[in-house]
Design a binder for this molecule. Structure first.
Ligand SMILES: [Zn+2]
Length: 259
């Protein structure tokens, strides 16, 4: 009988050794499971950031243009800013800084760059004399104009009213949209006439219109400005040029002619 206890103890020892192995294996399995789970989660996160970066790539100009057209949301190109239509409250402009310090709306910048490249290839050398303006900048331009008239002997009221015939009120200038540019000649290789003439013939192919034509001053309320171009997109620009109309007429917003 006594001889039976050692084997039993040995069996017990074997049993507990087996238990330890099972426990170790179990712990290892749990560890392995946790490790796999953690790395799976990590991979999933990577997938999310990958798809995020893809969607950033998808908002490159061409892609976003396509998706905007699909949703019919390229209205930004046709925003109307004039004496009767101020910029909407809280209108945000994302701009691109040009080499001469001027800024333009980043969505129209590629078209502007293409047009300038084409002009230079044709031996015409333009510059953006004025692009995006903040409301404060527009106010400053108006104040300067008022001072200019006052220095010519006009009273403040007279100077103010004269200045407002030339300079749009802050909040009412198309330059505040970032979609308008005053394009002049570089003054070295080209003359203003060469630049204006090229633009008037070709700018529509790049989606730009001459915003204040000579024969539309009664509708636009702005004197003829051969240098002021507005981005409206190629489709609208082609139609506006073909019909010989201004933006107000194209949008059905032309005021009744007062007789
Ligand atoms: Zn202008």
């Amino acid at each position: 009988m006594e001889s039976q206890s050692p084997p039993r103890r040995r069996r017990k020892n074997r049993k507990s050794a087996a238990g330890r192995i099972i426990t170790t294996l179990f712990c290892f399995a749990v560890f392995l499971f946790c490790f796999c789970l953690a790395s799976m989660l990590r991979n999933r996160q990577n997938d999310v950031s990958d798809s995020n970066s893809l969607s950033v790539q998808a908002s490159s100009p061409q892609e976003s243009k396509l998706s905007l057209e699909k949703e019919g949301e390229d209205d930004w190109k046709l925003i109307l800013v004039n004496q009767d239509h101020p910029l909407p409250d809280g209108y945000v402009v994302h701009t691109v800084l040009l080499s001469n310090g001027e800024q333009v709306d980043e969505r129209m910048y590629p078209a502007l760059q293409d047009m300038f490249d084409e002009m230079r290839e044709n031996g015409v050398y333009p510059v953006v004399a004025s692009g995006y303006r903040t409301t404060q900048m527009q106010q400053q331009i108006l104040d300067d104009k008022i001072q200019e008239f006052e220095s010519q002997g006009l009273s403040y009221e007279e100077a103010k009213s004269s200045a407002e015939e030339w300079v749009a009120l802050p909040g009412y200038s198309e330059h505040e949209s970032g979609l308008a540019v005053d394009i002049n000649a570089d003054g070295i290789h080209s003359t203003g006439e060469e630049v204006y003439s090229w633009l008037s013939e070709n700018a529509d192919q790049y989606g730009f219109i001459q915003r204040y034509p000579e024969d539309k001053t009664e509708i636009t309320g702005i004197a003829y400005e051969p240098w002021h171009y507005r981005y409206v997109g190629e489709k609208a620009a082609a139609e506006i040029k073909k019909q010989g109309i201004c933006l107000e007429e194209y949008l059905g917003e032309a005021k009744e002619q007062e007789n």
